[in-house]
Design a protein around this ligand. Structure first.
Ligand SMILES: Nc1ncnc2c1ncn2[C@@H]1O[C@H](COP(=O)(O)OP(=O)(O)O)[C@@H](O)[C@H]1O
Ligand SMILES: [Mg+2]
Length: 386
């Protein structure tokens, strides 16, 4: 099913609007940075690569993209530096296109400045601020730095320092011309974590806003339905309304929708898609949801109950309040000690289920988990209604 897999839906208007705000030309102003938060697998990276970067290139900007999740073993600060170094090498024509590696060891930037590619990181006596300024000076074009999954920078002190350097580079570079010379796009899969960068006084981007990443909508599913139907027999056609219903159930995740649609199309059942959605659990057995399901069911009952309440109450969850303790007791039909709750919280943190901010607020490590939960209960209701 090639049509299904090679399909990308473009949002040029959105890309244009964001670029306008980044340049200070739009109704909204993102000259201090565009912070986009949205759950996993809803198309943030795809949008950056397929729409935002091409639009930036059209405007003559130099895009530098780095995904801090690409390699979790490498310090986020180093990933950022290497991405900027590569952009310099690309500009100097020293980057092998296919291998994406630098073809020589050293690049001469200006008379006394040399960039060493044989060692990772920055040369001595060069800062990240210098590096960004060099890129700007060399290219003589505005630079757009896109940091995907930026919240990951918070996990190391070097990463956090890199964020402070980027902020200070922005402030220094953007005083020179009327339009900004360094523009920033930072995305995050967890709104609360991304918020850490902007909401706290001692954090690098204090005072900036967070924008919810606009999820793909009905225009996407309508387009997708037409594409798919073209490849299918006349008696095996999807209808737009059920496609849209299904997409909402997936939490607006194109990949999950694709998996479901492929299954249904192959079994010649496109026309009864809507009915199948309500009837058959097999539709949901996609990889994404399976992982959540097995992780969750592997937890002891107390841990599951804690997660239940956290999802229900969100940021207001106070694990040791009287109400919470009563809730655990009622759910588990036995009394629960505060120390057991404490130990359960610790395990949930260690296993990456929950995240405690430095303000002591608990949130889910992965927002998608809450969606899986909602989907589970919605599905249960649908089944019970039959
Ligand atoms: N605009 C789109 N059109 C078609 N498929 C998309 C689109 N955006 C995302 N996808 C698909 O959804 C999946 C997740 O997208 P991705 O960009 O990696 O999400 P995120 O960065 O939010 O985790 C990928 O398989 C991608 O191909
Ligand atoms: Mg991504």
């Amino acid at each position: 099913m090639d049509t299904i897999n090679n399909f990308a839906f473009h949002r040029e208007h959105l890309a244009k609007a964001y670029c306008d705000s980044l340049a200070g030309l739009g109704i909204s102003n993102a000259t201090s940075g565009l912070f986009l938060a949205g759950p996993r697998r809803v198309g943030k990276s795809t949008f950056l690569m397929e729409d935002l970067i091409p639009e930036a290139e059209t405007r003559g900007w130099v895009p530098v993209y780095v995904d801090l999740w690409e390699d979790k073993q490498t310090d986020p600060a180093l990933l950022i530096v290497e991405a900027i170094k590569k952009a310099i090498a690309r500009y100097k024509g020293k980057l092998g296109k296919l291998a994406n590696v630098v073809q020589i060891q050293k690049i001469n930037l200006f008379s006394a400045v040399e960039l060493d590619f044989s060692k990772p990181g920055l040369p001595e006596n060069m800062t990240l601020v210098n590096l960004l300024s060099y890129l700007r000076e060399l290219t003589e074009k505005p630079v757009l730095l896109l940091i995907d999954e930026a919240q990951h920078a918070l996990t190391t002190s070097a990463g956090l320092n890199a964020m402070f350097s980027i902020k200070s580079a922005r402030d220094q570079l953007n005083t020179r011309h009327k339009s900004p010379d360094l523009m920033l796009v930072l995305t995050g899969s967890n709104r609360d974590k991304l918020a850490q960068l902007v909401f706290k006084k001692d954090q690098p981007f204090f005072g900036s806003d967070i924008t919810a990443f606009p999820l793909l909508g009905r225009d996407y599913t309508d387009f997708f339905t037409d594409q798919i139907n073209q490849a299918l027999a006349a008696g095996n056609q999807f209808d737009k309304t059920s496609m849209w219903e299904a997409f909402q159930l997936t939490g607006h995740r194109p990949e999950v929708l694709r998996q479901m649609v492929a299954r249904v199309a192959l079994s010649n059942a496109a026309e009864s898609f809507s009915k199948l959605l309500k009837q058959d659990a097999f539709l949901w057995h996609s990889k994404v949801w399976n992982e959540f399901e097995s992780d969750f069911h592997a937890l002891p009952p107390l841990h599951q109950t804690l997660l239940h309440l956290l999802i229900e109450q969100g940021r207001g969850w106070s694990p040791f309040s009287e109400h919470s303790m009563q809730y655990y007791k009622a759910a588990l039909k036995s009394s629960v000690s505060a120390s057991a709750v404490q130990a359960a919280i610790q395990l949930l943190r260690d296993q990456g289920f929950i995240w405690q901010s430095s303000r002591g607020v608990y949130t889910l490590e992965d927002d998608s988990f809450a969606e899986w939960f909602k989907h589970e209960s919605r599905f249960k209701k649908l089944r019970e209604a039959q």
